[in-house]
Design a protein around this ligand. Structure first.
Ligand code: ATP
Ligand code: MG
Length: 331
């Protein structure tokens, strides 16, 4: 009997490997493509996209307006269907809706019945998820507190500020205790304090073991909280990887005073930019340059080091150097 079981297991495993199904990836897309026709011309607005998101990470999905972020998310949620390729979410192919109870979605433009209060909205979605009382009420109260709307649960949504609407959206997206959250621009248009609070909430989700897929234009938020990112431009993935790796290649700025010209000249090697004004030297060097040796040379010449400032590459720099400029797009 167990031989039959072993054979069955081997067949299943073989099928999994042959179909290259992800065993630990929360999301894996294979040539995912969406085509729309406009004025008789077909365009791949999502163009053979291969993405891989690991379980338990915060993944940032970046790209200019119209790049294909929301369209990709909607395909992953089976709201719209690919014209080519496929994707796997929590190990199931996207057409398999059995996984949907473990997913949640905060759309980029959430729409709620405005006459309902924050509490009523959460009950409404709770009922859709089949949540029973008293669990539904307890969970709604707990989430209103968690997103900072503890005092606003009885206010109609029509009177909510943009930040409050974003918070109720997050509460809604946490109702079903999802394993994987899709947040489409969760901090768009929020004030700086709200940014920090929402960022903290997202970090808390990762600490609870959830996987978070965020589409965002807020590069400083992404830089602070995401483990890995992908950049999409005109439907195609143009960069993907660990944030630390993608942002490697920062620079170091050394400022020193009373530096002899001969010492300043000796520092002028490959990739190092020096500028000298009245004995004050500024050295702008790649972070791979031998900084210790440079500091020794400056001190050895009798100069005083004023500051040494490491400057990490910013996500904004990576974004700008990666994305095709509008003028180049038109040509
Ligand atoms: N239903 C549709 N019919 C035709 N074209 C569409 C449709 N939905 C989206 N598009 C087009 O697909 C492209 C990608 O749109 P999408 O909404 O995915 O971009 P996005 O990256 O989310 O942009 P944003 O940052 O502005 O939210 C755009 O050119 C858009 O006009
Ligand atoms: Mg969008």
């Amino acid at each position: 009997m167990w031989i039959t079981g072993a054979v069955y297991f081997a067949l299943c495993f073989n099928t999994l490997v042959r179909r290259n199904l992800p065993l630990a990836a929360a999301i894996k897309t294979e040539n995912l493509t969406k085509t729309y026709a406009s004025r008789g011309r077909k365009t791949n607005v999502v163009d053979h996209v291969d993405l891989e998101v690991e379980e338990g990470e915060i993944f940032g999905f970046l790209g200019p307006n119209g790049a294909g972020k929301t369209t990709t998310i909607k395909m992953l949620l089976n709201i719209i269907y690919p014209n080519e390729g496929t994707a796997y979410v929590l190990g199931k192919e996207i057409g398999d809706i059995s996984i949907h109870s473990k997913l949640s979605y905060l759309p980029e433009k959430p729409y709620y019945y405005e006459h309902m209060t924050g509490m009523e909205i959460l009950h409404f979605y709770g009922k859709l998820f089949g949540m029973k009382e008293p669990h539904r009420s307890n969970r709604a109260k707990e989430l209103l507190q968690k997103v900072g709307l503890g005092d606003a649960g009885s206010k109609p949504i029509a009177k909510f500020s943009k930040g409050m609407q974003q918070r109720i959206g997050l509460a809604q997206s946490l109702l079903n205790e999802p394993m994987l959250l899709f947040l489409d621009e969760p901090t768009g248009g929020l004030d700086p304090i709200a940014h920090i609070e929402i960022r903290d909430l997202i970090l808390q989700m990762r600490n609870e073991g959830k996987t978070v897929f965020i589409s965002s234009h807020e590069l400083s938020d992404v830089e602070r909280i995401c483990d890995r990112v992908a950049i999409i431009d005109r439907g195609r993935i143009v960069k993907q990887g660990k944030l630390d790796t993608l942002l490697a290649g920062g620079r170091v700025e050394i400022t020193a005073e009373n530096v002899p010209d001969s010492v300043a000249a000796s520092l002028n090697t490959d990739g190092v930019i020096t500028s000298m004004h009245s004995g004050r030297l500024i050295v702008d060097a790649p972070d791979t340059a031998p900084t210790d040796g440079m500091l020794d040379a400056i001190r050895g010449g009798g100069a005083t080091i004023v500051s040494v400032i490491p400057r990490r590459k910013r996500l904004e720099d990576l974004f700008v150097e990666t994305i095709t400029k509008p003028r180049e797009r038109a040509s």
